[in-house]
Each structure stands twice: as C-alpha cells, then as structure tokens.
Design a protein. Structure first.
Length: 287
C-alpha cells in the first residue's frame, strides 16, 4: 500500500518572472508503507524540492501529492496532521537546536502535538535510545554536545513525533567516515524497530546502496529511474553519464566485464561482490 503518491507533480520556482525555473516536471511516483527509499541526484536535480512537497512545505504548481490516502494541500487541518505524519529532517539539523536542554529540544515536537507529559517523556527517552544518545546528555544544553551528538539529538526530535514517514535530507553530510557509518546504522536500526517508511536523500550511492529497498534517481527535475538497487546499478554507465558516481565495486565489475569476464552487471555492495565471486570460483572448481 502506498503511503505517499505524486501525480504529475510539477513545481516552478519564480513562476511568471524572468527567473522561472522548472524544478519538478510531471513527477509521478508511489512510495510504499514500510520501505526504505533512497533518493539520489546531482545538485539541482529536484530531490530536495520533491521531499518538501511531502509534508506541505511547498505547494505544487500543478499536480497532486497524496499522503496516507489524503490530498491535503488545500485543507489546513489536514496539512497540520500530515506534518506530524511526515517528519522531515533537514540537512545540518543541529542548526535548528534552540532549547535549554536536549530533553526539551527532543520534546518540542511531541509537545506541539498536544500530548500529555507522560507520553512526551516516554517519546523523548525512546527517541534518545533509538539514536544512541546517553540518558546523561538529556539534561545538558544541546550546545555542549559534540557535532555528531547534536546531529543525533536533532534527528531524535523528529523521531519523537513518531511519524509514519521519516525523511532525512543528507543525514551524514559533513561527518567523518565513522560518523557517516553510525548515522546509517542508526537509520537501519530505526527502520527495523518501527517498520515505517524511511526516505533518505543523499548524493552518495555507496551509502544508499547499503540500506535502500528501492532507489529513486532524479535528473533535471524528472524521474530518471525508480527501482531496486540491482536494477538501478545495472545501469551504471547511464548513471555516470548524468553525473552520478556509482559505487566503486560496481565500477570494478564493469571493468572486469570489459576485460571479458562475463560477470553480473548489478553488483553494488562488497558483500554481494564476494558472493558472486565465490559462486564463480566454485563453478570453476577453484574453491
């Protein structure tokens, strides 16, 4: 069952001005409840504009956005409900921390939902645990935290609203390799526990390949492709032609095929590559 659906969604910046630019051009997609979707594309491809339609931050120039079966754009009450159903974590969310304590910052969203104190407290502690924040940090000022801890606290503030859809825009941006790994492990763990839809926007094919059930590739405001990782990465040459860097292991396998080894074209993780090579060696009696 789809939790988000767009129908011919078009968005034009600066409409009726000399600076008119079509950011989204008749985008029609369906995102299923409970799946992890990676959204990738080069700068200006429309991916960030797209996700801002999913909770009504932007209003379509034409077309429709349907969340949980409802066309909500023209109804203020439905729009408020959708903003709690679709939690959006912006790039560098730590810049949005402002409360006296981490506890209050995480609880800001649930409080605005009109929940009672007991439920707010439960959600704060649950979200802190999900992102791996130590309980001792909850009473500290968010400005005393490290960069990675601030990122986790900001993400916890959206998770505490327990949205039906969690959207993260470049969640690992600016972090070192270890920090990136921890963020993506956290996203995977959250999804395993909550079973809700998760959308992750990233310029990194490597990161998306590790977690996504399906990958939406945007190019010049249009859907280039929307499919499973094997099918997307089997089109590695086309992806590179539109300016995207495919995973290193995918490029290696393509090079091996150019050398005549006749290997699968859809290899996109080291684990999958290892499996493919072992099977090939077993066939030839080398293992």
């Amino acid at each position: 069952m789809s939790v988000i659906q767009t129908q011919e969604l078009t968005y034009i910046y600066g409409e009726n001005t000399p600076f008119k630019k079509t950011a989204l051009d008749k985008v029609s997609i369906e995102i299923n409840d409970g799946e992890i979707v990676g959204i990738i594309g080069h700068t200006g491809s429309g991916k960030s504009t797209l996700i801002q339609h999913f909770n009504g931050l932007l209003k379509p120039s034409s077309g429709k956005v349907i969340v949980d079966g409802e066309d909500f754009i023209e109804d203020k009450e439905k729009l408020r409900t959708v903003r709690f159903k679709v939690g959006l974590v912006f790039q560098y969310p730590e810049y949005q921390l402002f409360e006296e304590t981490v506890y209050k910052d995480i609880g800001y969203g649930p409080k605005n939902m009109g929940l009672d104190e007991g439920e707010i407290d439960r959600r704060i502690h649950s979200a802190a645990k999900l992102v791996g924040l130590d309980e001792a940090l909850l009473e500290k000022s968010p400005f005393e935290l490290s960069g990675g801890q601030k990122r986790r606290a900001a993400i916890a503030g959206v998770m505490a609203m327990e949205p039906k859809v969690l959207i993260l825009d470049e969640p690992a941006s600016g972090l070192d390799p270890q920090g990136r790994d921890r963020i993506f492990e956290m996203i995977k763990s959250y999804h395993e526990q909550k079973k809700n839809a998760v959308l992750v926007v990233s310029h990194s094919m490597e990161d998306i390949a590790k977690i996504a059930d399906r990958i939406l590739v945007m190019n010049e405001g249009k859907v280039f492709c929307f499919d499973t990782p094997p099918k997307v990465f089997s089109r590695s040459e086309e992806l590179e032609q539109i300016g995207l860097s495919t995973p290193q292991v995918t490029r290696i396998f393509r090079k091996l095929n150019e050398m005549g080894y006749n290997l699968p074209q859809d290899v996109y993780t080291v684990k999958y590559a290892e499996k493919v090579l072992k099977e090939r060696l077993l066939e030839k009696g080398k293992v």
